[in-house]
Ligand binder design. Structure first.
Ligand SMILES: [Mg+2]
Length: 272
């Protein structure tokens, strides 16, 4: 049942009921500052992914990170696919360990001259901004780094970069580290729904509360807005003023520790 408009926001994850927990079949999560803490993947996050996988849940990261990273994640992590570049594609391994790629029909390669011109404009108008160091492994978007490396720029500077792209006709989203921009009509949620439907027989009209999504920042907002069982890690509160749609649940701990807290509650409720 998809009744997101009626769902209150920022309830403590400890209030997750056993009925809600047992109904969840898919666990989707952002990576940066949701699984990672200060740029590293802590052992507790990776252990949580294995616990969720072994509990029989479909585990699917949904990230702004590039195709080059998603190849590794799909092959080496305990996951059932990974949505990358904010919804441009999903990669997964089939039963024979072949890597399968599904690209969103609206995805436009990042060599598009309009996007290249907007990248140049953003870098010219915001001199402290720089192209992200993972740009070389991206296929569909441009990522402008404002907080992955030093100097860390303000959220208002990130907002200004986002507006340069949007004024030029691109889509742009702010993650905890980058401003990602692309030309096609898609986002994290449209690709996640498409993948769940095609691969697992998910029915978005009736099954939205079988999806728990965990995230932290404005590029996760389409997921917070759509899925009634969405959960923010505590650092989501930093972006409260930038978010129209807040997640239903929130953890008391930040980043990877928050993801582990969410995993612990979810798995405990399912077995109690
Ligand atoms: Mg994030």
């Amino acid at each position: 049942m998809n009744t997101k408009t009626d769902v209150p926001s920022l309830e403590p994850i400890s209030s997750l009921s056993w009925e809600e927990a047992r109904n969840i079949r898919y666990i989707l999560m952002d990576i940066d500052d949701t699984l990672t803490t200060e740029g590293k993947l802590p052992s507790e996050s990776y252990t949580s992914l294995w616990k969720l996988h072994r509990a029989g849940l479909a585990v699917i990261p949904v990230t702004g990170r590039p195709a080059g990273w998603c190849d590794l994640i799909a092959r080496e992590w305990p996951v059932n696919g990974v949505v990358g570049e904010n919804g441009a594609f999903v990669f997964w391994e089939d039963d024979d360990r072949h890597l399968i790629t599904l690209t969103h029909p609206n995805a436009i390669p990042n060599s598009d001259p309009r996007l290249v011109a907007l990248r140049d404009r953003a870098l010219l108008q915001v001199p402290a901004a720089r192209l992200s160091r993972d740009q070389f492994s991206r296929l569909y978007d441009m990522a402008i780094d404002f907080a992955e490396e030093e100097p860390v720029l303000s959220l208002s500077t990130a907002q200004a970069i986002k507006e340069i792209f949007e004024r030029g006709g691109a889509h742009a989203k702010i993650s905890s580290i980058h401003v990602n921009a692309w030309m096609g009509e898609y986002d994290k949620v449209s690709m996640a729904i498409h993948y769940l439907t095609e691969r697992f027989g998910y029915d978005d009209l009736h099954d939205a509360d079988s999806v728990m999504f965990v995230g932290d920042s404005p590029n996760d907002e389409p997921m917070f807005a759509h899925f009634p069982m969405a959960c923010g890690v505590a650092n989501v509160l930093k972006y409260r003023k930038l978010l129209t749609h807040l997640p239903h649940f929130v953890t008391s701990r930040k980043s990877g520790a928050g993801f582990s807290e969410c995993t612990h509650v979810l798995l405990k409720r399912r077995t109690s």
